[in-house]
Write a protein that binds this ligand. Structure first.
Ligand SMILES: *Cc1c(COP(=O)(O)O)cnc(C)c1O
Length: 478
């Protein structure tokens, strides 16, 4: 910091949740995937590959995907839930569906299927990826509040195992499509139970003011159930509830499960049908920074199983097969984004001097900070720093002052152009929500194991970026 500034002003304070680091070069293992470590030289490695080499060979910014970590977390969800919902415990089993919207490409679809998980999709594009990856239709769920005819037709042709119907209009539309094809469509109803969960809070009300699902309180869920049961071309397999994202607390799931199971009991008694499936959705929270305290997977599984068993006992019903749909919790911890630093600025603010570290990506590859006020962590990835820790703000290269990736983090104060910065926990809703803002090409996703480094999504080229602008044909001709 220039002396004339340092003499007058202190650095901006860290937020209360951010602890002063004992060693600014160390990484907190719980924020990083299993196979990430830092060597004595301060270089971050993944499955033994130094990120300095990855940056040189593959460029930055790049999403770096820890394949073995992803596969092992998929297996952890599969096994923990299978154990908690085992028939020996009086339950009826469980299906874990990976929510593909968090991040999907053919390689990920294959790994999900190989791990024995189902795959949730919510568009034609996502179904096409699953199909191309060889995932059988019966392992697929199709979501969406406004599925097109083309999507419904594709789903029936593909043999999708569950179509999660979101509205009364869709009941009619799907019935027409199924009738035209002469098939019976497997239906689950997305119901809104008046529980909205977010992080540590949840709100339980009668109504929810949002676009998804069929309201239980307003009778729309019961009306849809009656129509599906009456249809010769639709088969009602169960009910679905999804209450939010990045949830750290079991209580929202408990209220939601109780309300869904009560509705199931009502439908079964009204129509004399058995509904074999209940899907409790996704939204399991992960650790982006030290302030996040997720519930361990096995503990969450056991608590959910206890709620389901208790509610069904109270209702006097059999126990349905349960499904859950984690997206973020499986993929996010497996990925970090590797950036190169381009500029560093000391900026005088009302609360002191803030250090802005600008990297070669930004809100086009990680919109979550701008969109959801998300917090991320980061580390200097190419060397140790001997300098005192300073609170920095990592920003991107876009023409928006809200283009922030990491709002507050300690880094060695000597961070400088040419350094590498790695941001953990970027597997979910980063590449998936990426954009070409400012005509910046989107980064690729590099899958790393001890023996292999492969693109599972290649970085966008300028000819791909400009493919839809006829005036750019000459500029990109190779
Ligand atoms: C988004 C979504 C999920 C996954 O949410 P995560 O927070 O990534 O676990 C699961 N089910 C439905 C219906 C969703 O919309």
């Amino acid at each position: 910091m220039p002396a004339h500034i340092a003499g007058q002003l202190h650095a901006t304070p860290a937020p209360v949740w951010l602890p002063y680091p004992d060693d600014v070069n160390a990484v907190m293992p719980s924020l990083w995937s299993d196979n990430v470590a830092k060597g004595d030289d301060g270089v971050l490695t993944i499955a033994g590959h130094p990120v300095t080499e990855l940056a040189e060979r593959f460029g930055t910014p790049t999403f770096v995907f820890d394949v073995d970590d992803f596969r092992s977390r998929a297996g952890l969800y599969r096994d923990a839930y299978a154990a908690a919902f085992a028939p020996e415990k009086g339950l009826s089993g469980v299906d874990v569906f990976y929510a593909g919207k968090a991040f999907l490409c053919t390689a990920v679809a294959k790994w999900v299927h190989e791990a024995g998980l189902g795959l949730d999709t919510c568009s034609l594009g996502e179904m096409m990826i699953a199909h191309a990856a060889g995932v059988p239709g019966e392992s697929i769920g199709l979501h969406g509040n406004n599925k097109s005819l083309a999507e419904l037709e594709y789903a029936l042709d593909y043999g999708v195992g569950r179509i999660i119907v979101d509205s009364l209009d869709e009941v009619d539309r799907l019935e027409a499509v199924a009738a035209a094809k002469g098939v019976i469509a497997p239906v689950m109803l997305r119901v809104t139970v008046g529980v909205e969960a977010h992080t540590h809070d949840f709100i339980a009300t009668a109504h929810e003011d949002q676009k998804f699902g069929l309201s239980v309180a307003a009778g729309k869920a019961a009306e849809a159930a009656a129509r599906v049961v009456d249809s010769a071309h639709l088969r009602l397999d169960g009910l679905h509830s999804h209450i939010g994202s990045q949830i750290f607390d079991i209580s929202g799931f408990q209220v939601a499960a109780a309300r869904v199971l009560a509705l199931r009991a009502q439908i079964m008694s009204d129509h004399g049908v058995d509904l074999p499936d209940v899907d409790l959705g996704g939204g399991f929270g992960i650790r982006y920074t030290s302030q996040d305290t997720p519930i361990p997977v096995a503990e969450m599984a056991t608590s959910l199983a206890e709620v389901v068993a208790k509610e069904c006992r109270g209702l006097g019903t059999n126990v349905p097969r349960i499904s859950i749909e984690p997206g973020r919790a499986i993929v996010s911890p497996a990925v970090f984004t590797l950036y190169a630093v381009g500029t560093v600025k000391e900026v005088v603010t009302d609360s002191g001097v803030r250090t802005y570290v600008a990297v070669d990506g930004g809100m086009s590859d990680n919109i979550r900070t701008a969109l959801y006020d998300a917090d991320y962590s980061c580390t200097l990835a190419n060397r140790n720093s001997d300098a005192a820790p300073a609170v920095v703000r990592v920003v991107g290269k876009h023409c928006e002052s809200g283009d922030i990736i990491v709002r507050d983090e300690y880094m060695g104060a000597d961070v400088a152009p040419g350094d590498l910065v790695a941001v953990p926990g970027t597997g979910a809703y980063c590449r998936a929500l990426s954009s070409n803002y400012n005509h910046v090409a989107r980064p690729g996703v590099l899958a790393v194991t001890p023996d292999r480094v492969d693109w599972i999504v290649t970085p966008e080229t300028y000819s791909q970026l400009f493919a839809n602008d006829p005036g750019m044909a000459d500029a990109t001709r190779q």
